[in-house]
Design a protein around this ligand. Sequence first.
Ligand code: UD1
Length: 434
Amino acid sequence: MERYVINGGTCLRGEVEISGAKNAAVAIIPAALMVEGVCVIENMPQISDTEMLLTILRELGAKIRFLNRSTVEIDCTSVRMQDAPYDLMRKIRASYYLIGAMLARFGHAKTTMPGGCNFGVRPIDQHIKGMTALGADVDIKNGFVYADTRDGKLHGARIYLDKVSVGATMNIILAATLAQGRTIIENAAREPHIVDLANFLNSMGADIRGAGTDTVKINGVEKLHGGSYAIIPDQIEAGTYMVAAAATGGEVLIKNVIPRHLECISAKLRETGTIVSEYGDAVLVKGASNLRKVNVKTLPYPGFPTDMQPPIAALLCVANGTSVITEGVYDNRFKYVNELRKMGAEIQVDGRVAVIEGGRRLTGAPVLACDLRAGAAMVIAGMVAQGTTVIEDVHYIERGYENFVGKLNALGADIRIVDFAEPGSGKEKIISIG
Ligand code: UD1
């Protein structure tokens, strides 16, 4: 029952180092299952989603050891097909990558339906369409996904995705890497983590071209070999610190980033009056004293990321004027708005559109982290608000932000992690102030 207790009204100043990309790491760990050899993976973020996936691999027989805080060595040479721990798979969205990776390595897979943040119905029909086109029989029964090849091998195919899906694109890349023949994915997603997964697999001997465009071509190879790889910096973690710096009127140098991946976020922040300066592998964000309204529409990359929608909404609550956010990816990603309203925000939601009457003075309140990015939005709102905000369900936040509280406090935030393990006892335990 850990909660974040935030004393608001602070202004972020200083430097912060961005960790490896969550959405790349959660595909690269299952990809390591396909490698017969030792993979040394640098820039692995220390978050609960990666911890869970590493535990799943360990339980499947992988040898895993950390060489330092962010470098992990994974050896799946002697892994044999067996049931993966379902209680862990159920908790994370990215467990769907085990379907592609296990099919590629063993010719069959049994996983749970994926978990993760609840933004309404999140089907995996495009993943299944891809696996079926590659020759697998896929069946969903009692919350489990069963996938089997008839002759132990997948066969390359031409696959057109009906929906631009990050997960389906990456899952099909995984499965097709060890398939016989050539696979072409059309209408593929183009996110930076897709390029990162392809680069990881190519450095282990795969033959994947076109990742980052809407057509990805994969020539299947017999085997993957071991090697070393460094995961790209996390676009959304960086974007969250950019928005937090702007919302609090601070000045933060955000280091270890790829500024090109942040262009869509930088452009929107500049429209609010925030100054964003790009350097080689860093961006400097200087908040304006009078933030201006903006309209935002979330779209697949290179559009404005849906995962940045809740954080920018928190900022727009205090920007002057009326902003309109249109959610272009998910049907139901505004549940957290109720929590912002508890802090004094004025937001109307109609389907996929939220209208924010800005210029409000937010005040601290007890709120919930409804999901990972909604939780980040509550933290930003809590830092901007007058008074104390207590955020519950922070385990969502810890799925995707490495040392969030420590990094923010180093920038001048006032956040404590408090364990309310004994409700009513009056005994609260401060777990961390840094
Ligand atoms: C990934 C990210 C998530 C991000 C999202 C969009 C991971 C682990 N998660 O999620 O943080 O918010 O990309 O950038 O990388 N869809 C279907 N059928 C499918 C697959 C998707 O209809 O088979 C729909 C989804 O419901 C959604 C849209 O397509 O409306 C995009 O989803 P997708 O890109 O697949 O997101 P995820 O891979 O789940």
